[in-house]
Design a protein around this ligand. Structure first.
Ligand SMILES: NC(=O)C1=CN([C@@H]2O[C@H](COP(=O)(O)OP(=O)(O)OC[C@H]3O[C@@H](n4cnc5c(N)ncnc54)[C@H](OP(=O)(O)O)[C@@H]3O)[C@@H](O)[C@H]2O)C=CC1
Ligand SMILES: O=C(CO)[C@H](O)[C@H](O)COP(=O)(O)O
Length: 483
């Protein structure tokens, strides 16, 4: 296909919340961008409203979009993940030429990215799975960008993606994470951590309201104060803002007029499914995902309330001390959630042959993305000191934070249990910490039971080898099954 009139550096199809702002960001940074949307009115609205922000080429069809972009073309797809992305890829591919680059910037499952990458490679095209985080505002003003694809594709895209990404201390929040699905894999785990972060924040809010009896506005003040310390982050700041918001119609705190059933588009669930396959215990993320599911089971919740309706025990706490304890518990649990997420990235990278630099991941999450937080700098430093870190939990800074916070963490969970306030993420994070540091785990009993009912064998603490006890026989003789 000829494109003699092509003058755009890059093309983008999918101009909903993210795509339209990403396109504006690209144009504002001096790149000519060709824009397209299945429903043309979104494209014309973008040009009408924001056409003067940069050099846009409006396109009514994918054919026009392809013709408008200089070769080798780079075309970004920013549409609904799943079937919609496949539909756009299928329509786009026949229009392209060898060497062109298709970039999926949506929240694709990394396995879909692997599949698409293989299919396009066979046609001589490059496929890039590019995770973008930052929501609507980040897409416009600088997101965090996780690119997966060939070295060549990254070289072509680098000037554009680095110029539009958020910037922290002069470093763009953008990196070539690895080949094929690596970028979408890291974005998936990022979203899993986002689920855990939000669940921990929600549990903190619930405790401060239900145990300490604070109003949403008072809790907002607490979050605002926390945002001035170690917990400083986008989500903590946003929580203060949301809790202070009053519903215009009713005059009630906004949080009280929102239905308490949390939805999910799937990235948290994928993270948990993947962690199960990898055998990595990401308990905080898993509990956060299940907590969203539980909140959505409205009929079961109604039945349970009717059957078990109880007034939880009043818990007598000193408000100021409790606020401090919740802060410590939140911080320690957050450290666990991030440690687990980074463990998953390390395990996934090893399993799939991606050379993922964990310090670089922490670096590009410091700005632009939803989980941006001051303490990512600490994580970056930890991996800079020791790239093959076994767990973030044992690095001096985080070990101290968890050790200092552990008593408060326990107190908070005791208060939650007494008060009937569910804290699945707090509790599972503490259980994870206790599990890791325990001298002996009851896993020994599980091994013995497995051997008893299924001859599954066990290892001994005092000798090498694999053993089986013949439980049904007199004297229960033990045999060594292998060395
Ligand atoms: N919203 C967010 O905060 C974030 C979203 N993402 C991801 O970015 C992508 C875009 O998200 P968002 O902007 O919220 O928009 P949506 O996920 O709501 O997707 C809407 C866009 O998809 C297009 N689309 C849907 N089905 C098709 C189809 N069959 N063929 C062609 N186009 C189709 C729509 O076109 P039309 O207008 O014609 O309906 C529209 O442009 C998603 O993959 C999302 O997961 C990533 C980070 C943050
Ligand atoms: O990717 C994102 C932020 O990083 C999106 O906002 C994501 O879609 C939110 O996920 P969910 O709808 O499952 O809460």
């Amino acid at each position: 296909m000829g494109n003699d009139d092509a003058r755009a550096t890059i093309g983008l199809t999918g101009l909903a919340t993210m795509g339209r702002n990403l396109a504006r960001n690209i144009a504002r940074n001096g790149h000519t961008i060709a824009v397209h949307n299945r429903t043309t009115s979104k494209m014309t609205a973008l040009i009408d409203e924001f056409g003067d922000e940069g050099d846009f080429v409006g396109c009514e069809s994918l054919e026009d979009l392809v013709a408008a972009v200089e070769r080798p073309r780079a075309i970004v797809i920013m549409v609904k993940a799943g079937e919609a992305t496949d539909a756009v890829v299928d329509e786009l591919v026949p229009l392209l030429d060898e060497g062109d680059i298709v970039v999926d910037a949506g929240n694709a499952h990394y396995r879909d990215t692997l599949r698409r990458q293989e299919a396009l490679e066979e046609k001589g095209l490059h496929f890039v799975g590019m995770g973008v985080s930052g929501g609507e505002e980040g897409a416009l003003n600088g997101p965090s960008i996780m690119v997966g694809g060939s070295d060549h594709a990254y070289e072509v895209l680098q000037p554009v993606v680095e110029s539009i990404a958020a910037d922290v201390d002069g470093t763009p929040c953008c990196a070539h994470i690895g080949h094929d699905g690596a970028g979408h894999f890291v974005k998936m785990v990022h979203n899993g951590i986002e689920y855990a972060d939000m669940q921990l924040i929600a549990e903190s809010y619930d405790l401060l309201r239900s145990v300490a009896g604070m109003t949403p506005a008072e809790v907002a003040d607490v979050f605002e104060e926390w945002n001035g310390g170690d917990l400083e982050s986008f989500l903590i700041e946003m929580t203060a803002d949301v809790l202070r918001h009053t519903d215009a119609e009713t005059g009630e705190p906004f949080v009280d007029v929102v239905r308490d059933a949390a939805e999910q588009k799937g990235t948290g669930r994928w993270t948990v499914q993947d962690a199960l396959d990898l055998g990595v215990p990401i308990t905080g993320i898993a509990e956060a995902t299940f907590a969203r599911s539980l909140s959505g089971h409205t009929e079961q919740r109604a039945a349970a309330r009717e059957m078990f309706s109880t007034t939880p025990e009043e818990v007598d706490v000193d408000r100021d001390s409790f606020v401090d304890q919740v802060r410590a518990a939140l911080y320690a649990s957050k450290v666990v959630a991030y440690a687990q997420g980074f463990d998953q990235i390390a395990a996934g990278a090893e399993e799939r042959g991606w050379d993922i630099d964990l310090g670089e991941v922490a670096t590009i999450w410091r700005g632009g993305c939803i989980i941006r937080a001051q303490f990512l700098d600490r994580i970056r430093e930890a991996y800079a000191d020791e790239p093959d870190l076994t767990t973030l939990l044992t690095t001096p800074y985080f070990a101290e934070a968890v050790t200092d916070g552990v008593d408060a963490w326990r107190e908070v969970i005791v208060a939650a249990v007494r008060g009937g306030v569910p804290t699945p993420a707090f509790s599972s994070s503490l259980a994870y910490f206790d599990g890791l540091r325990r001298d002996r785990l009851p896993a020994a009993l599980i091994q013995a039971l497995r051997d008893d009912f299924g001859a599954h064998t066990y290892e001994r603490v005092d000798r090498e080898g694999t053993f089986h006890t013949r439980w049904a026989e007199e004297g229960r003789p033990e045999e060594q099954v292998s060395d």
